[in-house]
Write a protein that binds this ligand. Structure first.
Ligand SMILES: [Zn+2]
Length: 321
């Protein structure tokens, strides 16, 4: 599935080889000619109910922005990682020293596997809640030798949007499944009718299960830490201008390097989509291929739905093939 995403993105973005040696001036002029309409946006799929996005900013230079999108798409900011599954959050911010861990990203870090694993599972077990599921998932990942990770920030109770808004994200999946899957379909990930039905049903089950979602959202991040997940404290406001959708195996996107090239207000969400299939394989308890596929797609949906809840319709998706 993710091989097909990679192939599609290659087609989508043209040959990497032809863009890698391009001069800065060429990059600016060709990007300026094309604008950023060459990239799909959340709004094109009727998604993006949040506020984070370029149209809500007045501190950005459009030419620099286009140059940045082109450079990110060409893989200029990709750096190697050790883990093969999501470990840190897509959040574009950094810690107080201006850095993030070099690790694969998904919405909520390891919580993406918790929520995606839950939504993609066929189990209607109602004897487990979100906090217990978080502990169970992290223990399972640790057994497989993976490091887990979550985050907060310096000014909120629960500074991770994927966690603080998890019930809203589940709700968004039940209400907007067709828009969300139109977007994934555009990226080469086809979610079948029966997969959609199963994932939506599981989201509805959890929303109606009394006490599944913790009232104190920070307690979920705390449970992850108590199970051994690393914690990052991010600082400042959200300045994300796009979603870097990375399919280059073994890499992520270096946020600090983007800031030092374009300025401190130029941030990106980073989604390391190449890790989703690996995470699904590790978390699937049945060993059944169809279950594994559905979990990988549920992780994908949890990421797109999080972007749609937090992000504005103007937020573009910048593929890195
Ligand atoms: Zn987060």
């Amino acid at each position: 599935m993710f091989e097909s995403l990679k192939n599609l993105l290659k087609h989508f973005t043209g040959s990497q080889e032809s863009t890698s040696g391009i001069s800065t001036q060429d990059t600016i002029s060709s990007a300026a000619d094309a604008g950023h309409t060459q990239y799909i946006t959340l709004g094109q799929f009727n998604l993006g109910t949040g506020s984070i996005g370029p149209d809500n900013r007045n501190d950005i230079d459009q030419n620099i922005l286009n140059q940045m999108y082109r450079a990110i798409a060409s893989g200029l900011f990709n750096v190697p990682v050790n883990n093969s599954i999501p470990e840190i959050c897509v959040d574009g911010r950094t810690n107080k020293n201006g850095y993030r861990k070099s690790a694969p990203c998904a919405a909520g870090g390891t919580l993406s596997i918790v929520y995606g694993g839950d939504l993609g599972s066929n189990s209607a077990a109602t004897d487990i809640n979100e906090v217990q599921l978080t502990t169970q998932t992290i223990n399972k990942l640790k057994e497989k030798g993976h490091q887990a990770g979550v985050h907060g920030d310096d000014h909120s109770d629960c500074g991770c949007g994927a966690c603080s808004k998890a019930p809203t994200i589940y709700q968004h999946i039940t209400e907007r499944i067709n828009d969300l899957s139109s977007l994934t379909n555009q990226l080469g990930i086809n979610i079948t009718e029966s997969e959609k039905e199963s994932i939506v049903q599981q989201a509805k089950n959890r929303l109606s299960q009394a006490g599944f979602f913790a009232e104190n959202r920070a307690s979920v991040v705390q449970a992850a830490q108590d199970s051994g997940a690393d914690y990052e404290e991010l600082v400042g406001q959200h300045n994300e201008l796009g979603i870097a959708l990375n399919t280059r195996v073994g890499t992520t996107v270096d946020r600090s390097a983007i800031r030092s090239k374009y300025g401190p207000q130029y941030d990106m969400f980073v989604v390391d989509a190449w890790t989703f299939g690996n995470a699904a394989k590790d978390i699937n308890s049945t060993g059944n291929e169809a279950d594994e596929q559905r979990i990988a797609k549920a992780i994908t949906l949890q990421n797109v739905a999080t972007a749609s809840v937090l992000g504005h319709g103007s937020l573009p998706i910048i593929p890195i093939a």
